[in-house]
Design a protein around this ligand. Structure first.
Ligand code: SF4
Ligand code: SF4
Length: 165
């Protein structure tokens, strides 16, 4: 994955894709779930997370209490010790990584994959329903996640071509 090139292309198209997602807030094609499922399936045939890991390099997951309990036990640490070592509290009370890339990213892979935070397991959130409820999240991730960028780009092309839009 050529992330440098991705960043250039994403910066160029971000405005257009953001406008599309914003419009989806008001106008949702009737068969949106089917459109999303088809575009998502075709996107995953091309985008390889193992060759990317840009989310782990440039973003932080939110660690829920259950994540902290599970991961610290996996690492043989006390939850408090784990929090003090790796996390900080945001203004809204969420626990997030102190550092980026994520401390658990080793050789471009998640070293705690089996017990990773729920937020990581659900990323990039394309399966959330309804899809358009997460437009703000997708807008934030357009220039960070090649999977989201590609999905939204395909959706936009399909909708603009086949629907009154
Ligand atoms: S816990 Fe694993 S999947 Fe989550 S950000 Fe860190 S390296 Fe990536
Ligand atoms: S979810 Fe997105 S940013 Fe993360 S590894 Fe996959 S394509 Fe890259």
């Amino acid at each position: 994955m050529d992330l440098k090139r991705f960043r250039v292309v994403a910066a160029r198209k971000k405005g257009k894709l953001t406008a599309f997602l914003n419009k989806l807030d008001d106008v949702v094609p009737e068969d949106m779930p089917k459109l999303v499922a088809e575009a998502d399936a075709s996107m995953w045939k091309e985008v390889d997370c193992m060759a990317c890991a840009n989310c782990c390099k440039t973003m932080t997951p939110t660690f829920r209490r259950s994540d902290i309990t599970r991961i610290s036990a996996h690492l043989g640490m006390k939850p408090k010790e784990f929090v003090n070592k790796w996390l900080e509290k945001e203004e809204d009370g969420d626990w997030v990584n102190k550092q980026q890339p994520c401390q658990f990213l080793v050789d471009n892979k998640c070293s705690i994959y089996e017990v990773r935070p729920k937020d990581c397991a659900e990323f990039p959130h394309h399966n959330k329903k309804p899809f358009d409820l997460y437009n703000d999240t997708f807008i934030q991730n357009l220039h960070r996640c090649p999977a989201t960028f590609t999905l939204v780009d395909r959706l936009m092309k399909k909708v603009e071509k086949e629907y009154e839009w």
